[in-house]
Design a protein around this ligand. Structure first.
Ligand SMILES: [Zn+2]
Length: 575
């Protein structure tokens, strides 16, 4: 690629809507442009990175026994009705009609289409296991697209699906994908962590997310310092501290005039927030349910959904408070409360000497003991773990850090195969549903995540494995003939070896050339300048470390060859 004719429209200024480094730098360096909210164009350098990531994904998938297919983006409503997701997916699914007014969805994932394909074409246990994947465009009509490729509405994703005879087979397929995913992220140059995760709209029982740690990450991950426990904070368990015990005093009502929040009452009474029982009212399928959590914690609605066994619930709104006037907003407490059900966080089991609302305006009750002063129908894990909490496995300290989810794997079980009758005949001729797994990698999101982890104030720092080119040749004062001839010679030598290189053949100042090269972030740089005039040496610069070495052409090529060979060695053996 010659820079003078390549389409690399760099910008001096960051785009106004770019909140994170990857978005800012990809646009400034001429990799990416925005068409509409959450919809982007990948320019030549950006497209190269995507193709490199896809190549790594393909190598790992194929080596793990998965087979590539290409499925339609436009998927008929009927299939989505069968799984129940046509209505469940809601406005996040992009929908359209054809000329005959038939409904279609633009696929956010392809469980329905692939399950239909397999049920129509696979019928014997001999054909299983089967693992199919594709890499292509996906759509999700995000409420708030942002962060460039990190949360777009149209994006490139690898999605894969496994079909097995039984649970054990599914777990094997799952493990193979889990291992392959780890290799994909490592080879792409990321530091990552696999964490236990919620299954959300995809469904299933067991799931792991692959998180690339980054400050801008939208997910929080809890992980243990002492063992390998790690989970998304929405799901992470934690060991409860010693409960407060109180001193066995009788419960007592106290006047707390004009004190609405726990903080206000807490400082008024001189009692720590964690001694409070926060009583939160939820409308659950038309029943009023009281949820109790310690005063210094919030109810975690994802955990709550699991405990309630339904997604149909919400915090009390104005209408609900009016409809149930016996609950006094701001002063609800569990003592004497009548609710369809009272669910409490595990931390409150056996807790004593607590403070809660007195169900009377401007009054709270102190010295409240669980069991004596109020009864709980169910104790459950319904609050989020946070920094410093105890690990549920080993009692070590949990840390919380932000991460970008770049992949997720699910043990689906029978969710789609039962709903869509995807069956096979076993050895005895018995018809059984196939046991499925589903696996996704956000390819364009991974590209951004790589940059979030690999950049500095001057620009991007591409890992060699996914870089748009391996070498950036920078002849300074290009008009000098010996220098431009040397640059061309090096360029051709690289091309003959099949390497992608970028030659800065523009007649720009050294300052502009260096600034652009830093911004674009190609891993190696060969500067042809004064040294070349003096003794025929080229300066090899490493973008990641800033290391500089004067070298002659041949050793330079040998060094680069060695770096390429190391990359090749990371490839999986084809079986
Ligand atoms: Zn631990």
């Amino acid at each position: 690629m010659r820079q003078s004719s390549a389409f690399i429209p760099t910008l001096k200024e960051s785009p106004a809507d770019a909140e994170v480094a990857s978005h800012r730098l990809l646009v400034r360096a001429g990799f990416l442009r925005r068409v509409a909210s959450g919809i982007y164009e990948l320019l030549p350098l950006g497209a190269r990175v995507v193709r490199n990531i896809e190549r790594i994904v393909r190598e790992e998938m194929n080596a793990a026994g998965a087979q590539e297919v290409i499925l339609p983006i436009m998927q008929p409503r009927e299939l989505w009705e069968e799984s129940g997701r046509w209505s469940k997916y809601g406005p996040e699914m992009m929908r359209l009609k054809d000329r005959a007014e038939r409904d279609f969805g633009l696929g956010p994932t392809a469980e329905e289409v692939i399950t239909d394909l397999v049920r129509s074409n696979v019928s014997s246990y001999r054909d299983l296991p089967l693992n199919l994947y594709q890499i292509g465009d996906k759509f999700r009509d995000e409420i708030r697209p942002r962060f460039g490729l990190l949360r777009g509405r149209e994006f490139i994703m690898k999605d894969g699906y496994s079909f097995d005879r039984d649970e054990e087979g599914m777990r094997r397929s799952y493990q193979a994908m889990y291992d392959a995913y780890g290799r994909v992220f490592t080879r792409s140059g990321c530091t990552w962590r696999a964490v236990e995760a919620d299954t959300g709209l995809i469904g299933g029982d067991v799931s792991h997310e692959f998180m690339v740690t980054a400050e801008v990450g939208e997910d929080d991950i809890a992980y243990c310092e002492g063992c390998d426990y790690a989970a998304n904070v929405t799901l992470a368990a934690y060991r409860r501290d010693e409960r407060p015990r109180g001193e066995g005093k009788a419960a007592e009502k106290v006047h707390t005039p004009d004190k609405g929040t726990i903080e206000e009452v807490s400082s008024f009474l001189g009692l720590e927030p964690k001694l409070f029982v926060k009583c939160i009212m939820f409308l659950v399928e038309d029943r009023a349910v009281a949820v109790l959590v310690p005063g210094d914690r919030e109810a975690n609605e994802i955990k709550l959904e699991r405990v309630l066994g339904t997604g149909e619930f919400r915090l009390f709104g104005d209408d609900d408070w009016k409809r149930f006037p016996s609950y006094l907003q701001g002063f609800v407490g569990p003592a004497g409360l009548r609710a369809a059900e009272i669910i409490a966080d595990e931390a409150l089991e056996g807790a004593g000497g607590m403070v809660c609302g007195a169900n009377e305006k401007d009054y709270h009750t102190v010295n409240v003991d669980e069991g004596r002063d109020f009864q709980v129908d169910r104790f459950a894990d319904i609050t989020s773990a946070r920094e410093g909490d105890m690990c549920p496995r080993c009692g070590g300290t949990l840390r919380v850090e932000a991460g970008i989810e770049v992949g997720q794997v699910f043990q689906l079980g029978l969710k789609y195969s039962e709903a869509m009758h995807c069956n096979y005949d076993d050895e005895n001729g018995m018809s059984r549903p196939m046991v499925m797994g589903t696996y996704g990698i956000g390819v364009t999101r991974l590209m951004s995540a790589v940059i979030e982890q690999n950049h500095d104030e001057r620009g991007m720092i591409w890992p060699l494995s996914v870089a748009p080119a391996m070498l950036h040749i920078l002849p300074l004062n290009y008009e000098r003939e010996e220098r431009s001839a040397a640059a061309h010679e090096l360029y051709e030598s690289c091309r003959r070896r099949g390497w992608e290189v970028l030659l800065d053949d523009r007649e720009e100042s050294a300052g502009i050339k260096f600034a652009d090269a830093d911004l674009i972030g190609i891993p190696y740089r060969a500067v042809i300048g004064k040294g070349y005039d003096e003794d025929g040496t080229v300066e090899l610069q490493v973008r990641a470390t800033g290391e500089k070495r004067k070298m002659e052409m041949q050793p330079l090529l040998d060094d680069l060859q060695q770096a390429v060979d190391e990359l090749v060695n990371e490839r999986p053996a084809v079986t």
